[in-house]
Design a protein. Structure first.
Lengths: 83, 252
């Protein structure tokens, strides 16, 4: 069953408090190579059957209207992944 | 809604038939917490609360609507994001934008729902310190020309409880400048910014002033002995009396 993957990230200009907390925790475990972390969201939309252009357009529309809030987030990727 | 016994010394306005005829809808979503307190505040202010369920498709002719706090749909996806698409919300959005300009107050999660609904600009993200915070919070009233603040004076400081984790108000600089220029910053945090909100903003309104949203909880400061110790403890009641005066005034 094919899936449409949607990746959403906080906008670059918006401070990501969760990413900040994670970057603070990494060195405590010895992971010292990372200077910054930003936390986003990944959605997997399963499609019964073939992913047509129309279905992909629906996914893009859903990504902009429900899955992300354009005030604080960007949809950075919408792609089809075959199972 | 069942009659609630009044505990403490009720600050209710003496029965005024003109006010008692006014109805204020209180919306309940799955996960709403503060609907009972909001309904109680409406009653203490002298009006009749009307229960509205998120799946309803009618506003039951209410004169105003309160969207209370809580964790609608468990805050899944983003706070307020799923509630925004409930059947009742489209009715509220239409009524708020209509010529009748239905007064709508969003408190805490209700404020988050109003921004997700695009009735108010900007958005809330996690508090800058990442923790849930509960405290009595001093606010300054910056605008008393909205439907919900007419009984306050500009510059008046009030103390009401604040309790949230996603309370950091953000918007781009252009939006913030426009809000300030148009007098749409309705409340600002005083003395301490509890969540990192831009420009100490605690609450804002739409351009018409009928839609107001804020993170702190006026409905928890309406009854003597049960509100914040600082101040009278009932300094949130003015929200509800303000809208009633507005409704009654409009119906004259």
């Amino acid at each position: 069953m094919p899936r449409i993957v949607v990746d959403v990230m906080p906008k670059p200009e918006i401070l990501d408090p969760q990413g900040k907390a994670i970057v603070g925790a990494l060195p405590r475990l010895g992971f010292t190579a990372f200077s910054s972390v930003r936390q986003g969201k990944r959605f997997e939309l399963t499609v019964d059957g073939e992913v047509t252009e129309e279905i992909l357009a629906q996914a893009r529309n859903a990504a902009e209207t429900l899955l992300s809030n354009p005030v604080i987030e960007d949809v950075v990727n919408v792609e089809v992944v075959e199972a | 809604m069942t009659e609630l016994p009044l505990i403490g010394e009720a600050a209710a306005i003496a029965a005024n038939p003109r006010l008692a005829g006014a109805t204020i809808g209180v919306v309940t979503f799955p996960g709403t917490l503060d609907d009972r307190d909001a309904a109680r505040a409406v009653r203490l202010a002298g009006a009749t609360p009307v229960e509205l369920w998120h799946a309803d498709t009618t506003l039951r002719d209410v004169d105003a609507v309160v969207i209370p706090g809580g964790f609608s749909y468990g805050d899944y996806l983003r706070a307020g994001a799923i509630a925004r698409f409930a059947p009742l919300m489209s009715k509220i959005i239409d009524a708020a934008n209509s010529e009748a300009k239905l007064p709508v107050l969003g408190i805490c999660n209700g404020f988050q729902i109003l921004t997700e609904s695009h009735l108010l600009p900007g958005s809330m993200i996690k508090n800058d310190h990442l923790k849930f915070m509960c405290r009595d919070q001093v606010l300054r009233v910056e605008n008393n020309a909205t439907a919900w603040t007419g009984d306050y004076a500009v510059g008046q400081e009030i103390t009401v409880p604040l309790k949230n984790q996603d309370g950091q108000y953000i918007a781009d600089e252009k939006t913030l400048d426009a809000l300030e220029a148009e007098g749409r910053v309705v409340f600002r945090y005083v003395g301490f910014n509890p969540n990192g909100s831009r420009r100490d903003i605690a609450g804002i309104s739409n351009a018409a002033g009928n839609v107001v949203g804020l993170m702190p909880h006026p409905e928890h400061a309406v009854e003597a002995g049960f509100g914040p110790e600082l101040g009278s403890g009932t300094e949130g009641l003015g929200f509800f009396t303000s809208v009633l005066n507005k409704i009654v005034g409009d119906n004259k």
